[in-house]
Design a protein around this ligand. Structure first.
Ligand SMILES: Cc1cc2nc3c(=O)[nH]c(=O)nc-3n(C[C@H](O)[C@H](O)[C@H](O)COP(=O)(O)OP(=O)(O)OC[C@H]3O[C@@H](n4cnc5c(N)ncnc54)[C@H](O)[C@@H]3O)c2cc1C
Length: 443
């Protein structure tokens, strides 16, 4: 079996490894001059390889098309990922939130391990070659017959689609017009986030041209722009242990809520809880006004916070209001909160009324911002959308549109939260595509 793998990212390298390990001859085509450019920048250069929680925990962190991922995650679990790297000489460590990193803290060591494993298994890597299309031919009539008879015995949706496959891949087309012939082809060309790494959606467009349906792509795990002027005054401020709630205008139930760390930037908000939220509000943001409500003191109930404010006021009786909040709030937040609660900053603390205190309390417990949009693909950790999962067999990763063509990694309409889950998607789908391509008979 002679297999071409397109893309030397996490999914492509894992696919080539599993194909070669299962007896196939595998060749990777990569448009860059080297492998794993995106892996290199993962986890701030440390590469959060996967997550050491149980498998259900992994699945629960997949936001889009979790069910589609069941077969591949169970076929190559997070434990299998850790074993794969450790068996091949990469020592790993587990950090907060079960995040797994190389002990060295260097993503390059992850790439080097993959390169060594590929070399040891005879995988050929061809760099500086951009794949621009596939070569396909009609499936012979007798094979189509055979497909039809086989699948008409089974009435599931998957098989009805498969019955209609009329083409099979026979090779790839390179940018310089060269044609290369292969028994099977695995596409692992990534999404469209951080396009400087080589993943600009070209592979998705190639497969769309061949009849695969595409789910509209949008940035996910991405910072957010805010319409409020105050974010400029707050830029650089990092908040730990805050509660964030995102609301669609006019609705009472939050679309998303979380607790943790966030930060202000010159354009709006970022940080872990904001990135996670982007995966959930992305679909709504075009059609709805989204409000972010931050509880700056989530550990205190309103009564407890009021008591705390009264205590602080008591200690600074003769001070101006503007000088009484140093213990309660970070410095840069104080003028913003004063502005929002509409209390005269020069008012003496002992002259502040209860209703004014309630305004202050509201400004702290319900600090409102208006999200105008998500930042773009250049800053998105992951692409949401891509090849429609309905056009891929989840048990093999084979296309349901073109025979002998397999699809893996971020180019599929699957996305997960931060914590090592997106690389897990790439490892699992890559591994399953590789083993399926190597072991399924040719037709
Ligand atoms: C800044 C950042 C940090 C991240 N950190 C983490 C993390 O710590 N943990 C985690 O789990 N996930 C993380 N992710 C997400 C994770 O990196 C991706 O989900 C994963 O790398 C996707 O792997 P892939 O193989 O599907 O695609 P890619 O890694 O994008 O690989 C695709 C490859 O295909 C090549 N290619 C594209 N088109 C062609 C073509 N036409 N011909 C030939 N080659 C082509 C590209 O050059 C590229 O090398 C991070 C992402 C970013 C951007």
């Amino acid at each position: 079996m002679d297999i071409a793998v397109i893309g030397a990212g996490a999914a492509g390298m894992m696919a080539a490894y599993s194909a070669a390990k299962n007896g196939a001859k595998a060749t990777i085509y990569e448009r860059n001059e080297k492998a794993g450019k995106k892996i290199y920048i993962t986890g701030k250069g440390r590469c959060n390889v996967c997550n050491a929680s149980d498998v259900e925990g992994v699945l629960n962190n997949i936001v889009t098309n979790r069910k589609f991922m069941y077969s591949s995650i169970y076929a190559f679990t997070n434990e299998d990922v850790m074993k794969f790297f450790e068996d091949n000489g990469l020592r790993l460590k587990v950090e907060r939130g079960n995040r797994v990193f190389p002990e060295s803290d260097h993503s390059q060591d992850v790439i080097n391990t993959l390169k060594k494993v590929l070399r040891d298994n005879g995988v050929k890597m061809i760099f500086d070659k951009t794949v621009t299309g596939i070569l396909a031919e009609d499936i012979a009539e007798d094979n189509k017959e055979e497909n039809g008879i086989k699948h008409s015995l089974n009435s599931s949706f998957d098989n009805i689609i498969k019955k209609n496959i009329s083409k099979k891949v026979i090779g790839i087309l390179l940018e310089n017009g060269e044609k290369k012939y292969y028994d099977k082809v695995i596409f692992a060309t990534g999404g469209i986030s951080y396009p400087v790494t080589g993943s600009d959606g070209m592979g998705i467009r190639i497969l769309e041209k061949e009849g695969h349906r595409i789910v509209a792509m949008r940035p996910a795990l991405v910072p957010m722009n805010c319409a409020d002027e105050c974010v400029k005054d707050l830029q650089g401020l990092s908040l730990k242990n805050v509660k964030v709630l995102f609301y669609e205008a006019g609705k009472k139930k939050p679309i998303f809520e979380d607790f943790g760390e966030m930060l202000f930037t010159h354009f709006g908000v970022s940080g872990p809880v904001i990135l996670s939220a982007s995966s959930f509000i992305g679909k709504k943001i075009k059609d709805a006004n989204i409000e972010l409500v931050i509880d700056l003191k989530p550990a205190l109930s309103e009564n407890q916070l009021d008591d705390r404010i009264l205590r602080d006021f008591d200690e600074s009786k003769n001070k101006d209001f503007r000088n009484s909040l140093d213990k309660l709030l970070p410095k840069s937040l104080i003028p913003v909160i004063i502005d929002r609660c509409k209390i005269d900053p020069y008012k003496k603390v002992n002259e502040i009324s209860k209703s004014e205190r309630i305004e202050l309390l509201n400004a702290v417990k319900k600090f409102r911002l208006h999200i105008s949009s998500l930042r773009g693909f250049n800053e998105a950790i992951i692409t949401s959308g891509g090849i429609n999962v309905k056009d891929i067999n989840p048990a093999t990763m084979e296309s349901k549109i073109i025979k002998n063509l397999y699809i893996a990694g971020e180019m599929i309409d699957v996305d997960a939260l931060t914590g090592g889950y997106n690389l897990q998607v790439a490892w699992s789908t890559g591994w399953l595509a590789g083993i399926s391509a190597a072991s399924e008979n040719l037709q």
